[in-house]
Design a protein around this ligand. Structure first.
Ligand code: SAM
Length: 230
């Protein structure tokens, strides 16, 4: 449960320096970079580890509701940073200082952490399917939540979804298609987008589906500009 996780009142109150110490400028007491990539329900952190060297200039954040899983990811990141401690963040792409994890309920508190238009990419990878009808409200994608995600995502930013559950794929895809601020990207785009290709096998859940020869349903959407109010 998310009961004891601390939340900032708003994005300005959030102290990122502990999560990304290498990106904190102690002289002017400011972060040099902002979080621009979020992995919602990051599980054991496979995507974070894969994306870190590909986007060395982006800060990448995993959000995970389970405490033990979050602790595991924290340890994993500490180990990755220690193993690569001789790499220079200004020269090397493999320093792992740009990934971190936060325990929290992404369904409730996204806007407490991120300013309007802050994020470039949001990933929803193998989210919990919440099969029963009365559990649908617990699904991580809904009309209300999509408006919150749209708020945090910059124009042109991307929402990535992948699941092995066809029902859930249809649910996520349909909600995104019906939302006025998102447009679906086609299969050609999926094939050429590096993050999309990485996401297919990066996480522990994705690898499990692969071993079991399950299907993987992908849907990616671009954030459209807000309509002009006349
Ligand atoms: N994305 C990972 C992967 O592909 O391996 C994990 C997939 S797992 C099926 C779904 C994860 O989402 C779980 O670790 C769960 O604890 C987390 N989760 C569920 N609801 C959440 C919420 N509201 N906020 C943050 N994390 C959540």
């Amino acid at each position: 449960s998310d009961k004891s996780a601390p939340y900032p009142v708003g994005p300005k109150e959030m102290d990122w320096s502990k999560l990304y110490p290498a990106y904190y400028n102690a002289e002017n007491k400011e972060m040099t970079n902002k979080v621009t990539i979020a992995d919602i329900g990051c599980g054991y952190g496979g995507l974070l580890a894969e994306l870190a060297p590909v986007f060395p200039k982006n800060l990448i954040l995993g959000m995970e509701i389970r405490m033990q899983v979050t602790n595991y990811v924290e340890d994993r990141i500490i180990a990755l940073r220690a193993q690569n401690s001789d790499s220079d963040i200004n020269k090397d792409s493999k320093h792992y200082q740009n990934i971190s994890v936060l325990r929290g309920n992404a369904m409730k508190f996204m806007n407490n952490f991120f300013e309007k238009g802050q994020l470039e990419k949001i990933f929803f990878m193998f989210p919990d399917p919440c099969f029963k009808k009365k559990k649908f409200k617990a699904r991580i994608i809904s009309n209300t939540l999509l408006s919150e995600y749209a708020h945090c995502l910059k124009e042109g930013g991307i929402i990535y979804t992948i699941t092995d559950v066809e029902d859930l794929h249809i649910w996520m895809r349909t909600h995104l298609e019906q939302h006025p601020l998102f447009e679906r990207l086609d299969e050609e785009w999926e094939k050429t987008d590096e993050s999309c290709q990485i996401m297919i096998n990066a996480t522990e859940e994705g690898q499990k589906v692969e071993r079991n020869k399950g299907s993987k349903w992908i849907a990616c959407f671009r954030r459209l500009p807000n309509p002009e109010i006349i």
